[in-house]
Design a binder for this molecule. Structure first.
Ligand SMILES: [Zn+2]
Length: 260
């Protein structure tokens, strides 16, 4: 068996065009670099709710034309990151779910045999599409293991589910409580390069650079690793199981930190 088959398979389910890149772009690039299979699934391209710049700059543009622009942006970003991307073309706002869509999500998990799944947080009152997706993906993770649910692909174990940042900078108001920080300092420039492909959301690079610095500062304080500059934060849905306590998550007072 090749080594690559043993590497964890990462599935990222994104409500809108840029969500996967802005919130988890660093982690995606890290897994691609390690050789893991990484697939991004775009449920919509944010054509109605996250494409204001296109609508305002091109009066008279059609919905289909906006969709095409956003799709190309997402494809270019994914290509820069080295990730596979596929589109479901479900319209956004509202991005509501039904049984057919739920089965489609189960099939995404089963087809890839995903080990890790990244998606939106359950609470994101400023962008309810994200909440719809979070709830459906969580249910799909559970359904993926059931023999009784017949789909085009056989059942698989449920992947480990992690939620990425809700709408920034309002995450403090959503109940999002990150319990895993991943250092993305080494791939941060690549993430920004990919994020700049979303020309229809030109505020993203600056906004997410500020947030990555903030999360990086928290990660540095909790780890004592002064080399961390940028990080992405995640909330794991179910707790991890281990044989011993992790030694990460310490609090390093600044004076101690500076002396290390
Ligand atoms: Zn979104």
């Amino acid at each position: 068996m090749s080594e690559k088959r043993d590497l964890p398979r990462l599935l990222v389910i994104s409500a809108h065009a840029a969500d996967f890149c802005s919130r988890a772009g660093g982690v995606i690039i890290k897994y691609v670099k390690r050789g893991s299979p990484v697939r991004v699934v775009e449920l919509s391209v944010g054509e109605r709710g996250e494409s204001d710049e296109v609508w305002l700059e091109q009066p008279g543009i059609t919905l289909a034309q906006v969709q095409e622009i956003r799709k190309r942006e997402a494809e270019r970003a994914a290509a820069q990151m080295g990730a596979e991307i596929r589109f479901h073309n479900w319209l956004d706002h509202p991005l509501t779910m039904n049984e057919e869509r739920l089965v489609a999500l189960v099939e995404e998990i089963r087809e890839m045999r995903a080990d890790i799944l990244l998606t939106h947080h359950h609470s994101d009152p400023l962008n309810v599409d994200h909440e719809y997706v979070a709830k459906a993906v969580t249910e799909a993770c559970c359904l993926a293991q059931f023999q009784g649910l017949e789909t085009r692909f056989p059942r698989t174990p449920s992947p480990a589910l992690f939620f990425f940042e809700p709408t920034i900078p309002m995450t403090d108001l959503t109940g999002f409580k990150p319990n895993l920080y991943i250092d993305i300092t080494d791939v941060f420039d690549l993430k920004m390069q990919a994020l700049r492909e979303f020309k229809s959301q030109s505020i993203l690079p600056a906004a997410y650079e500020r947030y990555a610095l903030w999360r990086g500062s928290q990660a540095k304080t909790m780890s004592g690793n002064r080399n961390i500059q940028y990080a992405e934060a995640f909330e794991q849905y179910l707790p991890s199981v281990a044989n011993e306590f992790p030694l990460s998550g310490r609090y390093y007072a600044i004076s101690k930190y500076l002396n290390r």
